[in-house]
Structures are given as C-alpha cells and as structure tokens.
Write a protein that binds this ligand. Structure first.
Ligand SMILES: Cc1ncc(COP(=O)(O)O)c(C=O)c1O
Length: 467
C-alpha cells in the first residue's frame, strides 16, 4: 500500500500517540505514533499494544473475499518459524534452500506437463504479480530481439488480453511501457473471446494473456482456442506470439481436478505460466512461481550474476532479498500432501462450492454469474426482480457477523453487473458453509423487511469494493 507522510497540522493531538494503556502495567506516557519514540518500551508492552490494535482487523478465517491461504499445519508453521531468518538470495550460505527451490521448480514443471524434450526453467517469486512483471519483461525482450533481427521497428510493443485480467497486468503495461489491448467483456460473456483477440493481434504483440481462473468470475479464458489461433497466425504470418497463462488461482487446482483439460505446456504456444503458491498452492502469503517452457523462450540478458555473497549466483527477480520460508513451506506441502492429498483437498473445495451454489440458487434471490467455474469460488448477482437492496447491502450485513464477502462491479462492458464473490478455501468446512448460508438468509430477510418500511426511515448505502 502506497502511503504518505502526514503533515504535523493534519494529526490531531488526540491521535499523535498511543494513550497510556493498561494503566501503569505497561506505560503511562503517550507513545508517538508518527515518529520513532525517543525511548523504547519493554517487549511485552510493545507486543500487547500492537496485538490489541490488530485485533480490530478481520478474522482471516471469515475472510471469504481472498484466495490467499489463511491456514497451514503446525509442522509447516514450525518450518516457517525455523526459516524466518533465512535470506533466500544468500545461496552460498544456504545452498540447501536453493536445492529445495530447484526441486519445487521441477515438481511444478512436471505438474504443468513440461514436455520431456523441453529445458523448462523457473523461479519462485513473491507472488503472481512479480511473476507477471518478469514474464512480461522476458517476452518484451524476446520480441524486441526478433524485431531487431528482422530489421523491423521495435518501439510500439503491445499485449492482448481480456478485461478479465487482474490489475497486475495493467501495472506491467504501465510500468514497462507496453500498449495494453484489452478486449472488453460483454453482457453474459466475462472471458476473452478468441475472435476478438484475433482482430487486434499484430506483429508488435509481445504476448497474449490467457487466464485460468479469473479474479472476477473464476472462469477460464478459452486457452486451447487461443493456442490454436496463435498457431495459425504463426503459420500464416510467421509471427511467433507466446501465450502466457496467468494461473494465479487455477494452476494449483485444475491439474488435480481436471487433469485432462488442456491449458498448460501441452499447448505448444504456451511459453510461460505463473501460479500463486500462496493461493491454492496452500502456502501463507509471499510465494508465487513463474515457469518458462524452454530456456530458449527466455532472454539471458535479464539474468544477473552476482558474486558478492560468496559464489556466483544467477538471479531473475525484481527484488533482491527475500525470505526462504515460503519456498520451504511450498516444498513441505508437496511432500506432505502429494498429488493425492492435493486432489482430495481440491475435490473437497469443489464439492463445498457446489453445495453452497445449490443452496444459494434455492433461495430464489440470486443468479450465478459465469458458467464453468474452474476454481472454488461462487460469483452471484441479485435477480433482476430485486431492486430494493443491492449486493453491497448484503456484503455490509454479513460484515456485521464477521464475514468478509466482496461486492464489486464487473469491468467494462459488463459494468452494470454487480456481484458478490465467495471464495472457498480449505478451512471453510461444510459446517461453516451452513452457517454462512443461514447468515445470508437472515441478511436478506432483514433487508427485505427494512426495505418494506417507508423510505424516509432508511439510508441506502451504495459503495463499490474492489478485490
Ligand atoms: C488472475 C490473477 N492474476 C494475478 C493475481 C495477482 O496475484 P498475487 O496476489 O499472487 O500477486 C491475482 C490475484 O488475485 C489473480 O487473481
């Protein structure tokens, strides 16, 4: 979160410091909030102060708006604690962490069906956003090299995607000066349409993005169709345009529950894939993965070799230092769960999602938004006949019970559709689904009664929340 320094006159006297807490037990004097205090305080006092303040935040277990993991096993947490002080970049000092990283890349490459004759390479990242920046950069560099070799201009790169992409792609395009050719959504079609993509692809297209499990509806772009389109473009024009799969949410779900679905390196134009280990890879925040189909799909100029930590080490990251713990935790999950364990968990999530969906459909208030969802999430809109309250009202009501359920509008040209999205994660048991269902029903009933009372007695709240 980008945040700014407050001017002194903006800070009210009463907000300048933490007031005396627990009377004399911890500290009596106010402790400044916006400048480093002159003196410290006992560790238990600092702990209690911060712990208490944070307790106002949401309970992660009731946060149904996020895909990011909120529960891991105690043994995983133990490994994380043991490795909290390990800087992954210090490869010479912590070679075993590097070896574990290499094994993870191998395991993921095989999970994503890297062909045996391909020299697949990959790296851990801080999340899918970093992976997306790196993938975009790599394809931009490869495209530029191709243009230079052909004696063509290389000053107007573009990428082609649907309006269903996550904000990280807008960031990539703006930060790295690439024209973003976004195919708008349509009413009733919330994924990229292949024929529309075909209209805007040209020889300056550095990549096409296909999403496996979109942020907005949990659907998948038509990945096989996009691959076929790029093959035919290559045959007709000689433009070898890579398909990048953004599998932030779907890449650790689909291989286990729909192994026959063609979305990964089995499709020949799929040159790179990103996945969030901290989503359905089931690891706490701080881990993503980026894999390139083959070393030749990757520009060596973007690799930096550094030798000042001892030994020579190739790096392809936006940052330098990073913790090893999430990588170790990812390896723990792979060993602990195996393919069978992941398959059981993902199947269970889908079963809970199906149950939640069926029950919600029985209430007659909601409509499903988007078909063929490939990740465990339900996206709903209110039936057109319901005009006296909104999805935002339901989200607010649920918040009173502690549930966090996102309410937002879809991107252009489906911005008239307001939805609620419920993400199903591992800890969200069938019992909790039932409790949520009752709370949704109560919220709806109260809103119906409230809306039946004269208008002057109520305030209609309308605000948008983006995930
Ligand atoms: C499809 C998609 N891509 C990329 C991202 C960014 O992922 P991360 O939070 O791991 O940076 C998200 C996050 O929700 C996503 O849904």
């Amino acid at each position: 979160m980008l945040t700014g320094k407050l001017k002194n006159e903006q800070i009210k006297d009463s907000e300048k410091g933490h007031a005396s807490t627990y009377s004399g037990r911890y500290f009596r004097e106010s402790v400044p909030k916006y400048e480093i205090p002159e003196n410290g305080m006992p560790s238990n006092a600092a702990y209690q102060l911060i712990h208490d303040e944070l307790s106002i935040d949401a309970n992660p277990a009731l946060n149904l708006s996020s895909f990011v993991t909120t529960w891991m096993e105690p043994e995983a947490e133990k490994l994380i604690m043991e490795n909290l002080n390990v800087n992954f970049i210090d490869s010479d000092m912590y070679p075993q962490s590097q070896i574990i990283h290499e094994r993870c890349v191998n395991m993921i490459a095989r999970l994503f069906n890297s062909p045996e004759n391909c020299d697949t390479i990959g790296t851990a990242t801080l999340g899918s956003s970093e992976a997306v920046m790196l993938a975009g950069l790599a394809h931009k560099w490869k495209w530029r090299a191709r243009q230079i070799a052909a004696g063509k201009s290389h000053d107007r790169p573009n990428l082609v995607c649907g309006a269903d992409v996550q904000v990280c792609w807008d960031k990539f395009a703006r930060y790295f000066d690439v024209d973003m050719r976004i195919i708008p959504m349509e009413k009733d079609c919330y994924v990229l349409k292949t024929e529309k993509a075909a209209e805007v692809i040209d020889e300056n297209t550095i990549l096409v993005v296909g999403v496996l499990g979109t942020t907005f509806t949990g659907q998948s772009d038509p990945l096989k169709e996009l691959n076929d389109l790029l093959i035919s473009i290559k045959e007709e024009n000689g433009w070898d345009i890579p398909l990048h799969i953004d599998g932030a949410s779907g890449a650790f779900v689909v291989p286990f529950v729909e192994p026959e679905l063609l979305w990964d390196f089995r499709l020949s134009q799929v040159k790179s894939i990103n996945a969030s280990g901290h989503k359905y890879g089931l690891v706490y925040p701080g881990i993503g993965w980026l894999l390139f189909r083959d070393r030749s799909d990757f520009p060596n100029e973007l690799v930096f070799d550094v030798n000042y930590l001892g030994g020579t080490m190739p790096t392809f990251t936006l940052n330098f230092s990073r913790g090893s713990a999430p990588i170790i935790a990812q390896y723990y999950n792979f060993l602990r769960l195996g393919r069978k364990g992941y398959t059981e968990i993902m199947s269970n999530l889908h079963a809970n999602t199906g149950y939640l969906t069926d029950q919600l459909m029985k209430t007659d208030n909601f409509e499903l938004v988007g078909r063929k969802i490939c990740i465990p999430a339900v996206t709903l809109s209110l039936k057109e006949s319901i005009t006296n309250y909104t999805v935002y009202d339901i989200s607010d009501r649920l918040r009173e019970r502690g549930w966090i359920v996102s309410a937002y509008t879809l991107p252009p040209n489906a911005q008239d559709v307001s939805v609620l999205r419920i993400v199903v994660r591992e800890h969200f048991s069938r019992d909790m689904v039932d409790i949520l269902l009752k709370d949704i029903q109560k919220a709806v009933s109260k809103l119906e009664i409230q809306q039946a009372t004269p208008r002057t007695h109520r305030v209609i709240k309308r605000h948008h929340r983006h995930c």
